[in-house]
Design a protein around this ligand. Sequence first.
Ligand code: SF4
Ligand code: SF4
Length: 456
Amino acid sequence: MKVSRYNFHVPSPKEAGVHFLYNSLHDNRIVLQDGDVTVDTLFSKIKEHRPLNPKESLVAKDLKEMGYIVDEDVDEKRVFRQWLNQRVTNQNEILTVTILTTLACNLRCTYCYEKEKLGKSRMSPEILQQCVDWIKTRIRTMNPRKVNIIFFGGEPLINMEAIRNFSKEVYPFCLENKVEYSAGMATNGIFLTPKISDELKDYGFDWIKITFDGDRCEHDKKRIYKGGRGTFDKIFSNLEDISGKLKILLGGNFDKENVESFHSLVERISKSKFKNDIIATNFKPIMPEMVEAKGELKGIASSCVHCTFQDFEIRKMMELRETTRKFDLHPTDPINTGPCEYYRRNAVTIGIDGKLYKCIAFLGINGTEIGDTAHQEFNETGEAMLNATAEHEHPMCEDCSFNPICAGGCRADAYNTTGDFKEISCQRHYFNKTLTEELPKEYYDAAEWAEQMGGV
Ligand code: SF4
Ligand code: SF4
């Protein structure tokens, strides 16, 4: 027997003898309390191959079932590589396609990475049809259990016609082929009405991603109309008007100026009509424009978790997660964050010109296209991007226990800073800090909440 190389052991900051264990390969988390068996002694004995007493053997048996202890001859690195290859890179159960049908936007958020590219560009009907055909062919050959479609922009609702035409073909096609279908969009919420929401539901939409950049006063400095007017009231009242119709992924971008106002935003939302529509909340820092970028990216404005954060940002994210937990707005899991869609063969982003990319952060960057909607096969770049992770491990990651939840981190960030997507964007600092603080926090917050509920 040996201790898993993917274990993390966090002693409780509040109670002596209480231990939080996490295993990154199985995403298991448990709490153990010293008693007849002492956790430190048990693990030391296993590491040193000393005999266990009967009580320790029983605990070890349970820990083995959960992956914290493994048989001596198990090559865990190999198990991880196989998992990454089969269950992430080459998994064919879920097809995820992000589509940009327009680059146009009705807002001019002060930090928007797309502001230089904004125009009236829309996907042409011909490319849209190619996009539909590409997805249908992919479904026929891949036979997935589920298809996820994500509309992104610009503001997707500016090109509602494209959404209609796309959905009228792809949604029924999935139903006919007994493939589960889910569609959603990242929208600024300005054009959301009950009528549009009903229409979206008819087209198989079940969620929208909405972003606030702090409470009213701060939000209205950043998320503005072309003329400079704030958008908070409009977005908020639209969400109240459509409450109960679509699930909401709540996002928010913070910096040193607006971060404190997120607490009152959360409180305000917790009293709103759409509170129960929120299924996940993720507030993250506004990423600075990367002007020094070697890969010529102008900034990563992805809706994903991008983890090359500063200490201030990590601390604030933790605080905001605590607030969202307190108001029951379902903060996203900060620990098991990946591997992201970059690492999946069956997750692509389609630009308005029909070119395919690994994720939206690469969009429009010459030389990072992985193919186009006229062809099912990826080009050499696409294969090289996937092989860089599926078959070759970066030397730094090889012995890292975070590998199953990171796999090298954000490759768009790596490409941005080094010009090479085989490089990694190391998130060790973020993971270390988050894991040590969040594991106990999650547990004690839940215990406090249960106590409050019991006392009602
Ligand atoms: S490569 Fe980076 S930006 Fe792209 S999906 Fe992964 S974490 Fe997000
Ligand atoms: S990028 Fe850093 S944190 Fe991620 S697996 Fe590699 S060494 Fe570990």
